[in-house]
Write a protein that binds this ligand. Structure first.
Ligand code: IDP
Ligand code: MG
Length: 138
């Protein structure tokens, strides 16, 4: 089924100047960039976006990391986009990520792990709405 999912290229990957290399992984594997923008999240926005993790011990570090520099937020579209994006990303901890995945190739640590991707179709809808108006998605 054709789906849309939210992808974020996190501040570490933007700092390393590998946004193009990461987007190529998506485009070379059947996903299309339907919307894209570079933004610098406020602390308030980062907290709201990661609200599900608010009670986790790593929440404060996660928010500080996400506001440490600009990010590229994208809507990716394609067949099974949610799962496909998660497969291309690799495991949360880059040390456990399979060879050839984005996190294995571009991430340094579980904190600075290069990309975010929605983990379900329902979350994808909410996360896309968080960043994009309907008229910004093509
Ligand atoms: P995901 O990004 O693979 O979906 P989540 O469990 O949703 O992983 O966690 C969100 C983000 O929080 C991760 O990408 C990572 O940056 C950070 N994170 C998750 N677990 C830990 C941890 O145990 N220590 C530090 N940071 C973590
Ligand atoms: Mg997640």
């Amino acid at each position: 089924m054709k789906e849309q999912t939210l992808s974020i290229i996190k501040p570490d990957a933007v700092r390393k100047n590998v946004t193009g290399k990461i987007i190529d992984r998506f485009e070379s594997n059947g996903l299309r960039v339907a919307a894209s923008k570079k933004i610098h999240l406020s602390e308030c926005e980062a907290k709201a976006f990661y609200q599900v993790h608010a009670s986790r011990p790593f929440f404060k570090d996660l928010v500080q990391f996400m506001v440490s520099g600009p990010v590229v937020v994208m809507v990716l579209e394609g067949e099974n986009a949610v799962l496909k994006n998660r497969d291309l990303m690799g495991a949360t901890n880059p040390k456990e990520a399979k060879a050839g995945t984005i996190r294995a190739d571009f991430a340094e640590s579980i904190d600075a792990n290069a990309v975010h991707g929605s983990d379900s179709l329902e979350n994808a809808k909410n996360e896309i709405e968080f960043f994009f108006a309907k008229k910004e998605i093509f």
